[in-house]
Ligand binder design. Structure first.
Ligand code: NAD
Length: 478
């Protein structure tokens, strides 16, 4: 069985120890990943620190390298896609699409124009705000979109002039290493190191003295640990954490016209998306019809091995997550919930749950209160809109949410009342490289994507060249 290397100082390097990466369809080994040693992490940090000086000095060269990297990554999509499917479980077409999207994200940051931020240029002086790179970024990613989410960090951080040590999840390290290998052809050595290992390796990166910034995507629980560890060194953090997104479906909305989009918003990637729809509040007058529409789709979607082109939904990625989703559903059913579709594991090997639509369930049940992160959707009724907004906001999460209606203006007013980073109307999961994405409350700190995401990888430096001795603003000048 092949052991994948890591990307250290521009080279592919296999470690002395390795760990198994399982295929969630077969529960068999899909490949072996290098277990980064203490010395190899040192090498990664040192080479990223050394690369920083030249990399941060030449923006034109950075843009060119990222442009080339994006092109090479797109060319490698058909090669990386199957590895992603085998370790992650998602259907092959979606895995290939993820690599293309990753390339588009890097390409976006190669092309992004960064206008000068001139504050004042007059007889008194020249005042300009610069955005300076921070140095080495420690980037840590989860297992649901390992390639895509890594480029949400690589693109902006590198474009801003930082270098990076990136660690993917131990459940899905292989495609990330392949991506690192491809990008190494375009980037100077040390600009992007990719190390693989367990959670302890992630913690070692956060507490390591070299990185000035930690960009983390993962669970709330780990995010809090990362924030605590980073605080000891006052490292800056961007935390993209979990969500428990509500979709509110207003009275008068035709269920058959929105069911497809809502189903996709909840069940894409087998529900393993931070900003997937995880709870539905539908007006009582339409909740039964909407449930039927969703249940029809849950029963007919083709679930199976992502390598089979007919498959539309794969398994849950790993055993602990499968166990968690299985228990959440079992507990809800025990508490009186009704599974209108699905309701338990599929009778086959692998981490497969039947796509599940639950009714007769509400707040107080963990399947509603917690982030299920799997192919399970509770559908609840509401009677008035204030109640729906209150219930949608009644959570420690605040990633995104959506409101569905045939009156988009009215829906937009309600969406604006949601306590979350993204409020959609008549859509969900509409993500793009130029749109800021981030959570409030426990869903995170800071944003990714767009110019806002790039700024998270910078410090402000004010340059003030005085031409007259600067007057202190007292407010009494007039
Ligand atoms: P996780 O928190 O278990 O792990 C994420 C990463 O952190 C992994 O690489 C892991 O090895 C590493 N890690 C674990 N302990 C660490 C520590 N103490 N210090 C540093 N690193 C550590 O999350 P997961 O189970 O891989 O991913 C699922 C979670 O990610 C869900 O909650 C999901 O909502 C969230 N997520 C959020 C976003 C977003 O953009 N907001 C996107 C995707 C996933």
């Amino acid at each position: 069985m092949e052991t994948y290397g890591m990307i250290l100082n521009g080279e592919v390097r296999v470690a002395a120890n390795a760990f198994d990466v399982l295929n969630p369809v077969t529960e068999e080994v899909a490949g072996r990943a290098s277990a980064c040693s203490v010395a190899q992490l040192e090498e990664a940090m040192t080479s990223s620190a050394q690369a920083f000086r030249a990399w941060s000095a030449d923006e034109g060269a950075r843009r060119e390298a990222l442009r080339t990297g994006a092109t090479l990554l797109a060319q490698a999509a058909e090669k990386i896609g199957p590895v992603l499917t085998m370790e992650q479980g998602k259907p092959i077409a979606q895995a290939i699409e993820e690599v293309y999207a990753a390339a588009a994200w890097i390409g976006y940051y190669a092309e992004l124009e960064r206008p000068r931020q001139l504050v004042r240029d007059d007889a008194t002086g020249h005042i300009e705000v610069f955005r300076r790179p921070m140095g080495v970024v420690a980037a840590i990613t989860p297992w649901n979109f390992p390639v895509g989410l890594a480029t949400w960090k690589i693109g902006p951080a590198l474009r801003a002039g930082n270098t990076m040590v990136l660690k993917p999840s131990p459940f899905t390290p292989l495609a990330t290493v392949l991506m690192g290998e491809v990008l190494a052809e375009a980037l100077p050595p040390g600009v992007l190191n990719v190390v693989t290992g367990d959670d302890v390796l992630g913690a070692s990166m956060v507490s390591h003295p070299v990185p000035r910034k930690v960009s983390f995507t993962g669970s709330v629980q780990t995010g809090k640990r990362v924030a605590q560890a980073a605080a000891l060194d006052l490292k800056r953090v961007t935390l993209e954490l979990g969500g428990n997104d509500a979709a509110i479906v207003l009275e008068g909305t035709a269920p058959d016209q929105i069911a497809e989009a809502i189903f996709g918003g909840a069940f894409a990637n087998a529900g393993q998306i931070c900003s997937a729809i995880k709870r539905i509040y539908a007006h009582r007058s339409i909740v039964d019809d909407l449930t039927d529409e969703l249940a029809d789709r849950a029963r007919s979607i083709v679930v199976g091995d992502g390598m089979d082109p007919a498959t539309q939904m794969g398994p849950i990625n790993n055993a602990p997550q499968y166990e968690r989703v299985r228990l959440l559903v079992a507990r809800a059913l025990k508490n009186g919930a009704v599974a209108v579709a699905g309701g338990g594991p599929l009778d086959r090997p692998g981490y497969f749950m039947a796509p599940t639509i639950l009714r007769n369930v509400q707040e107080g049940d963990p399947v509603v209160d917690e982030e299920q992160f799997g192919p399970v959707l509770p559908v609840m009724a509401f009677d008035d809109v204030d109640e729906a907004v209150r219930r949608a906001n009644g959570t420690t999460f605040g990633l995104s949410g959506s409101v569905w209606s045939n009156d988009p203006d009215h829906a937009a007013e309600i969406a604006a009342r949601l306590s979350c980073g993204t409020a959609w109307v008549n859509t969900h999961l509409a993500l793009a490289p130029d749109l800021p994405f981030g959570g409030v409350k426990w869903s995170g700190i800071g944003v990714e994507n767009g110019p806002w995401g790039l700024e998270e990888f910078t410090d402000i430096q004010l340059l003030h060249v005085a031409r007259q001795s600067a007057a202190v603003v007292t407010g009494r000048e007039a």
